[in-house]
Design a protein around this ligand. Sequence first.
Ligand SMILES: NC(=O)c1ccc[n+]([C@@H]2O[C@H](COP(=O)([O-])OP(=O)(O)OC[C@H]3O[C@@H](n4cnc5c(N)ncnc54)[C@H](O)[C@@H]3O)[C@@H](O)[C@H]2O)c1
Length: 270
Amino acid sequence: MDTPSTTAAEIAALRTEADLGLGGRVAIVTGGGQGLGRVFAKAYAAHGAIPVIADINEARGAAVEAEIRSANHRALFVPTDVADYAAVARMADRVRGELGRIDALVNGAAIFSTLKKRPFDEIPLEEWDRVVRVNVSGVFHCCRAVMPAMKGAKYGRIINISSNTALTGRPDYLHYTTTKSALLGMTRSLAREVGKFGITVNTLMPGATETEIPRETVSPQLKAAIVANQCIPRPETPEDLARVVMFLSSDLSRFVTGQTIIADGGLAHV
Ligand SMILES: NC(=O)c1ccc[n+]([C@@H]2O[C@H](COP(=O)([O-])OP(=O)(O)OC[C@H]3O[C@@H](n4cnc5c(N)ncnc54)[C@H](O)[C@@H]3O)[C@@H](O)[C@H]2O)c1
């Protein structure tokens, strides 16, 4: 884990030039214990918002909370299994109780970096069920649990983290790409239900993005092929995505809802 001074510099670098008006806002980042979610949590802190790290991994979630606090920003870690609705409801209650509001929800928690690629007919049935439970039902649970707070405030920003593999397809990854495709339908339908309450719901599709967590699913050859097929031919970074998450959390995107934002350097187009 980084030292406090490195973290403070990293957090400062995540601040965009525009004033996004996120000061004092409370943003739940599921999967905030590592990888992309960890950077999203820091980006909220950089903009004066209070990130809530909701993650099943207690050691990592607590470490991200400590990291952000050590740089003199507020943060709250709430251990949460998004697959368990009761646990998610308790998390949302605690956030409202301790911080008084829920302005944004980033649904980033997923079974992803631990997933093995295998032909679809070799995916164990229990693994299929668990991936669907976490990657799809988990998002539904979190959207549902934050709704009373967002409806009450007549304001909310929901950002569902999908993947550009939902558009391009990827072999030996059927459970993952199926769940990430499901988020498109969920986003569009939910956006239609909650727009009247001032709540926007959008899907963000990242491309392959390296984080501090090693992954077997992207070989060096695949990584090179991905970059070669992008319009902007350089590897994607978590900071590229954090900027879009901040935009979708802010007033700048107030009339953008039900949309799919692909942030992958122009690899996939719709
Ligand atoms: N990194 C990429 O290249 C990439 C590309 C496209 C999409 N995505 C998506 O972005 C999101 C984050 O990616 P990442 O690279 O940081 O993934 P990651 O696997 O490193 O992190 C996932 C996080 O989710 C948490 N988590 C897993 N199951 C959970 C559960 N049941 N309840 C609560 N938390 C749980 C893990 O503990 C972990 O902190 C994922 O939704 C992933 O599908 C990532």
